[in-house]
Design a protein around this ligand. Structure first.
Ligand code: SF4
Length: 326
C-alpha cells in the first residue's frame, strides 16, 4: 500500500500497527518526501495549516535530586545552568502576560525536581488562579511526579494541562534514569487523566534508543491517552551523562515525527527542543507533520527566536493557531 493511501485509511479510522510504524522509521531517504506528504495529509485533515505556539517558563531551575542522564538540571550533571528556587507568583504571572502579548496559545510553567513541594504547589496554584482571572491563555504545568491530591489542587486552580513525559520506551528507560521508574511516570500520567486534566506527554529522541524503542514510546503514549505530545531531539549538553552522543540527522527526526503523526493522527504533536540544533535549515519540514512548537526558547537553551519562528511559519504558508487574519 502507498503511504498516502494508508494516510487516508487512518483518517477513515484505521489504527496503524507496530510493524507499520516501524516500517516508517526504516524507510529510505529517497522516500522521505513521500512519507512526509502522507503525514501532512493526516495533519491537514485534523489541524489545517495551524501551528500552536507554546511559551515555557522555567520557574525553578537546577539542583534536582534525580539522575536523568540527558538533563543539565540534574544534580548528577556538571552542566553550567542557572540554579534558582521557585520564582514568586508575580514573576510567573508576568511570564504569562508576556506569552499572551506574543499571542501564544499556551503558557507552560515548568519546575525542576522529582515532585512539587507543598509550598511550591501553593505558589503555583495562586499564580494560576490570577492568570486565569486576568489573562487569556491556556496553562500547562510540568512539576514532576504527582499524586491525586496534587492533581486535583491544580485542576481546581484552573490548570488546563499537565506535562509529564514518558521520555522513551519502558525497555530503554532504566538506561537513562535510576532514581525513579517508568511505572512511576506512567502512574503520574494516569493520575493526570483521572483528575480531568489534559495529558501532555512525549519524549526525548536520540539518547541511544533503538527504532523499536521509539515506536514503543509512541504506542505507550497512545495507551496513556496523551492529548499533546512534545517530541524533543537530544542536543547533548556538556556536563551531562549523554554529552558524548552525536546529534540525530534531520531525516531521522523527520521520520520520527512522521511516525508519531501516523500513530496519533488527531493529537497535538509538538516539535520541541532540539528543533534548531538537530533539524537546522530543515526544521520547516517538521511543520508538515507536527502542528505545534515552543517559541522563545526552551528550559536552559535558547531557540532561534520568536521573529524567526513566525517568519518560518508564515513563509512556508502555515498559520498560527488562534490568530485571526488582520
Ligand atoms: S526530574 Fe526533571 S529536572 Fe530532575 S533531572 Fe529529571 S528531567 Fe531534570
Amino acid at each position: 500500500m502507498q503511504w498516502k493511501d494508508m494516510a487516508q485509511e487512518i483518517i477513515n479510522g484505521y489504527t496503524i500497527t507496530k510493524a507499520e510504524a516501524l516500517q516508517l522509521l526504516f524507510s529510505a531517504d529517497d522516500d522521505l518526501l513521500d512519507i512526509l506528504n502522507a503525514a501532512f495529509l493526516i495533519r491537514r485533515h485534523y489541524f489545517g495549516r495551524g501551528i500552536a505556539l507554546h511559551v515555557i517558563q522555567n520557574a525553578k531551575s537546577g539542583l534536582c535530586s534525580e539522575d536523568c542522564a540527558y538533563c543539565s538540571q540534574s544534580g548528577a550533571s556538571n552542566a553550567d545552568v542557572p540554579q534558582y528556587a521557585l520564582q514568586d507568583a508575580e514573576k510567573i504571572i508576568n511570564g504569562a502576560r508576556k506569552a499572551s502579548d506574543l499571542k501564544a496559545l499556551r503558557y507552560c510553567v515548568v519546575i525542576s525536581g522529582r515532585e512539587p513541594a507543598d509550598d511550591d504547589l501553593d505558589i503555583i496554584c495562586s499564580a494560576v488562579r490570577k492568570i486565569k482571572k486576568d489573562i487569556r491563555i491556556e496553562i500547562c504545568t510540568s512539576l514532576g511526579l504527582l499524586n491525586m491530591k496534587q492533581a486535583k489542587l491544580l485542576k481546581d486552580a484552573g490548570v488546563d494541562r499537565f506535562n509529564h513525559n514518558l521520555e522513551s520506551s519502558e525497555r530503554f528507560y532504566p538506561e537513562i534514569c535510576s532514581t525513579h521508574s517508568y511505572a512511576e511516570r506512567k502512574r503520574t500520567a494516569a493520575i493526570v487523566k483521572s483528575a480531568g486534566l489534559e495529558l501532555c506527554s512525549g519524549g526525548l529522541i536520540g539518547m541511544g534508543e533503538s527504532l523499536e524503542d521509539r515506536v514503543d514510546l509512541s504506542l505507550a503514549l497512545r495507551d496513556a491517552g496523551a492529548d499533546s505530545i512534545p517530541l524533543n531531539f537530544l542536543d547533548p549538553r556538556p556536563g551531562t551523562a549523554l554529552e558524548g552522543l552525536n546529534k540525530l540527522m534531520p531525516a531521522d527526526c523527520l521520520r520520527t515525527l512522521i511516525m508519531f503523526r501516523f500513530v496519533h493522527p488527531d493529537k497535538e504533536i509538538r516539535v520541541a527542543s532540539g528543533r534548531e540544533a538537530c533539524l537546522g535549515p530543515m526544521q520547516v519540514m517538521s511543520l508538515y507533520a507536527a502542528n505545534s512548537i515552543f517559541t522563545k526558547g526552551y528550559l536552559t537553551t535558547p531557540g532561534q527566536g520568536y521573529d524567526d519562528d513566525i517568519d518560518m511559519i508564515f513563509k512556508a504558508g502555515f498559520t498560527v493557531t488562534g490568530w485571526t487574519a488582520a
